[in-house]
Design a protein around this ligand. Structure first.
Ligand SMILES: C[S@@+](CC[C@H](N)C(=O)[O-])C[C@H]1O[C@@H](n2cnc3c(N)ncnc32)[C@H](O)[C@@H]1O
Length: 357
């Protein structure tokens, strides 16, 4: 008898892509396309491009394109655009649909903070470095069957959020994206680790606290989080975008009941990173094989007693479920790590032992 290992689910059926495809078909027959897409998305993340589910996604894309054509005939530009977003995310090879969508967005000429890199000296180079890193990580989770959502801590104007959303769309990866930020800048520095750090006590690089001024927000005409939500909704359908506005000390008290595939941690401080890791662990959001991307890994002259390096080391020391190994480092400041659930390996070994004659 082959050993049976739980792999993060109490129902082994849930590890079969067919199971999710069948749930998707049921939802579609019941008229609930959103639920159907969630199930098809689960199937295509368990098995990349799992054909039965992919065919249903393509069929829905055709329906949505027809809806876009109707809206266009009726002269409703917004509805045309919204249907095209839905069609294009389900059919990654629809070049014509994508071009029409881009043309509509360009013609709209709306201001878009998510297209602006605000944290790197050379936006072109930043785009090249980050796009490649994000693509590499999302390709890994897509092809490895790590089914989960994308979580970002540290959103600012939504530049990296857009890169994640675009890459998910281009890969046909139907995960949700959860964006956590105060949208009001950095919190008070409550930890002496931060207060004594080179970046704060030394050269004080965040003296403006990453906060958009009231005048800037007034001129934008909407809150920063509303703006990001609206702009990203032209990349992937809005049901997949979740804004979590507030300081982590509050928003992470009751985080959503999800599993993470990728956690992008770009919140500068030791204290913020610690709050993030502790809450994700306590609320069972981390899972075997998920990737943690640290944007500020080399802050404080890469000194391991400060910032993200210290928060991650303490996290690994203070619990005995997850260990990590390095995936890759990118740019001048960032590093990505895999998390490994020790219980999966322990269960595998004891199952092998019990199955030995
Ligand atoms: C470097 S910026 C993020 C840059 C962003 N990823 C981009 O693409 O431009 C850091 C962000 O972390 C947020 N932040 C840091 N600590 C936080 C906390 N404890 N709670 C909420 N937001 C926090 C700040 O508000 C700020 O917007």
């Amino acid at each position: 008898m082959s050993p049976s290992i739980k792999h993060n689910t109490s129902n082994p059926e849930e590890l079969r892509a067919e199971y999710w495809y069948e749930r998707g078909m049921e939802a579609e027959v019941a008229g609930d396309n959103e639920l159907a897409l969630r199930h098809y998305g689960h199937a295509t993340r368990l098995i990349y491009r799992f054909d039965p589910a992919r065919q249903r996604c393509l069929a829905l894309a055709t329906q949505y394109k027809a809806a876009a054509a109707q809206a266009h005939e009726a002269g409703d530009v917004t509805a045309t655009r919204d249907w095209l977003v839905r069609a294009v995310e389900l059919d990654t090879e629809d070049g014509e649909g994508r071009q029409r969508l881009q043309a509509l967005i360009r013609a709209e000429g709306a201001r878009d903070l998510t297209a602006q890199c605000m944290t790197f000296y050379n936006p072109g180079r930043a785009r090249a470095v980050y796009s490649e890193a994000i693509l590499r990580v999302l390709e890994y989770v897509m092809l490895s069957g790590v089914v989960g959502e994308i979580l970002e801590f540290g959103v600012l104007g939504g530049w990296t959020s857009r890169l994640f959303s675009e890459t998910m769309r281009d890969l046909g990866m139907l995960s949700d994206i959860h964006l956590f930020d105060s949208f009001d800048g950095l919190p008070e520095y409550t930890s002496s680790v931060d207060r004594d750090s080179f970046e704060i006590a030394g050269r004080n690089i965040w003296r403006k606290r990453m906060r958009f001024s009231d005048d800037f927000v007034a001129e934008l005409g909407e809150s920063i989080d509303q703006h990001i939500y609206r702009r990203l909704s032209t990349v992937i359908r809005p049901e997949r975008i979740h804004m979590h506005r507030g300081f982590y000390a509050q928003t992470l008290q009751s985080p959503p009941a999800i599993k993470a595939a990728v956690v992008h941690i770009d919140c500068d401080l030791y204290q913020s990173t610690k709050e993030v890791l502790d809450s994700l662990f306590k609320n069972d959001i981390l899972q075997d094989g998920c990737v943690l991307m640290f944007d500020d890994w080399n802050c404080n002259k890469a000194n391991p007693y400060y910032g993200e390096r210290r928060a991650f080391r303490e996290f690994l020391e203070n619990q005995d479920i997850f260990e990590s190994s390095e995936f890759f480092s990118y740019g001048m400041n960032c590093a990505a790590f895999f998390l490994h659930d020790r219980r999966t390996a322990q269960e595998a070994f004891s199952a092998i032992e019990t199955s030995l004659p």
